[in-house]
Design a binder for this molecule. Structure first.
Ligand code: ACO
Length: 461
């Protein structure tokens, strides 16, 4: 990895003092001011809600130019990789830094394929979940549980690191498919080593023990492309979560489990499921996209155009362009009943891209806008969309976690804050606290103060 170069200094005048802050540049001309000594020099910290202007690390893994709509993994264009590579090849690239040669790739694939079974004892857990359980809740718990079965991971020993990396990549599709089978009350289908990564996953999802199952090559390739497109995206919410959890020396499984939880939210990976819900709602409401756009623009409605907007892209997300093109191809061959939703999505996109609200705010389709249509086309239920995202993102999380651990500036991640609460107060004994403070009273009013009877019922739960 090329390191960053020192470009000079920035000067900051604060509380009557001028300090010089080092200015660094990356390999693609981004610039950053190093504020690591700021508090020591000025007693001030920086405030940046949502970290929109905060670089938490330097990284040699993924490059994004949000203005130009560029995405590269280890210097390779996403368009090139999506067209030509396999998912495990991309995983190798992200984790080890270079594309593998045929021998390296076959050794890597072999190591993963032979670890796709999950420990027998773990299978009992699946039966403990209700059928209504969201598969993301099962996935995050099961991935963390792997650390109980492979305790060699707990101290992050370098000798077993590679093995644990292969284990987690190998087992995530099995866990994901088993959680789906549990939710529909079907027996689990064990992995089949003669199939490749995506074929194996589709078979575990859709085969039943009583019948032969032939994997559709169109579905397998479409899934492969989706996994590649999701494989890394630099310091997004879930990746930063993985890095932050890992910075405490938490093990790989625990750190990835934390990332899965962060991904689940509908402002992040959960948006792919929310997009399909939105498109269905528009279809059921008569298909009037202009009416929906009006609703989105009315801030009081609280409705967002899901799959649109991005913290980094202020242009078309290159992954969305690839997926939009792929939608037509995939739906022509499989899942043709997905066409009405694709038509609504395209109309919605067109209406938004010609509307001042979206133009002024530079809101374009992101990766989640079209991915759900393809996933639905290949038969994946919408509850599983974010799970597929997690399978795809796993190599990126691993690569970022390793890079963080190997960084010469590695420290526990521990942001600061500006405290805005009460100044020192004296403890009031319980008996003397007669009146409810106005603040607490208003919180209880908003949340609905429990009545005495309800309190009893809650305590029984
Ligand atoms: N629909 C309507 N308005 C939007 C949308 C949207 N999808 N996205 C942003 N805006 C508006 C905001 O209301 C805000 O308007 P204002 O300036 O009048 O207040 C402005 O655009 C800026 O939006 P922020 O929320 O400040 O942007 P931020 O960078 O914090 O959020 C995010 C990015 C969360 C992705 C946002 O665009 C969003 O909610 N999109 C929909 C959910 C989604 O698709 N998430 C997936 C993102 S990709 C991924 O994580 C894999």
């Amino acid at each position: 990895m090329k390191n960053y170069t020192k470009l000079g200094h920035a000067e900051l005048k604060v509380l009557g003092k001028t300090v010089k802050l080092p200015l660094y540049g990356g390999t693609e001309d981004e610039k950053g001011i190093d504020i690591s000594q700021l508090r020591e020099q000025t007693a001030c910290i920086t405030l940046d809600p949502g970290y929109a202007n905060t670089g938490s690390c330097t990284s040699g893994i993924t490059f994004i130019d949000g203005e130009k709509g560029i995405l590269r993994y280890r210097g390779y264009a996403i368009e090139d990789l999506a067209k030509n590579a396999s998912f495990l090849e991309v995983a190798y690239l992200l984790i080890y830094g270079e594309l593998p040669n045929p021998t390296q790739l076959s050794a890597f694939v072999n190591k993963i394929t032979r670890r796709s079974m999950i420990p027998e004892g773990m299978k009992r857990f699946f039966h403990g979940y209700p059928e209504s359980a969201h598969p993301m809740s099962i996935l995050s718990a099961m991935i963390c549980s792997l650390s109980a079965y492979y305790p060699d991971c707990i101290h992050n020993h370098p000798e077993t690191m590679d093995l644990n990396i292969c284990r987690i990549i190998a087992k995530i599709p099995s866990i994901a498919a088993f959680s789906y089978k549990q939710s529909i009350g079907q027996p689990i289908i064990e992995p089949m080593n003669k199939l490749n990564y995506t074929e194996n996953f589709l078979r575990m999802m859709f085969a039943v023990p009583t019948e032969e199952y032939d994997v559709d090559p169109v579905a397998a390739r479409a899934l492969e492309m989706i996994l590649i497109l999701h494989a890394d995206h630099e310091q997004n919410c879930s990746t930063s979560t993985v890095r932050i959890a890992g910075s405490s020396q938490a093990n790989l499984y625990a750190s990835i489990s934390a990332g899965i939880c962060a991904l689940w939210g509908y402002l992040h990976g959960g948006a792919n499921q929310a997009v399909i819900d939105m498109l269905r709602q528009i279809r059921n409401d008569g298909g009037d996209v202009k009416k929906f756009i009006r609703q989105v623009k009315d801030k009081k409605s609280g409705v967002r155009l899901m799959g649109f907007g991005h913290r980094v892209y202020k242009n078309y997300d290159p992954r969305a362009s690839i997926l939009k093109k792929a939608c037509d191809d995939v739906l022509a061959k499989v899942g043709t009943d997905g066409r009405p939703l694709l038509d609504i999505a395209k109309k919605l996109e067109n209406a938004a891209l010609h509307d001042d609200y979206f133009v002024e705010r530079k809101l374009y389709p992101n990766v989640d806008f079209y991915s759900g249509i393809i996933l639905r086309g290949i038969g994946i239920p919408s509850d599983m969309f974010t799970v597929i995202f997690a399978i795809g993102r796993l190599p990126g999380w691993i690569a970022q976690w390793l890079e963080m651990r190997e960084s010469p500036t590695f420290r526990i991640a521990r942001p600061r804050q500006i405290y805005t609460g009460n100044n020192l107060r004296k403890y009031v004994p319980l008996k003397k606290r007669e009146t409810l403070s106005k603040k607490v009273a208003s919180i209880l009013k908003i949340k609905g103060e429990p009545k005495a009877k309800e309190k009893v019922e809650w305590s029984r739960q």
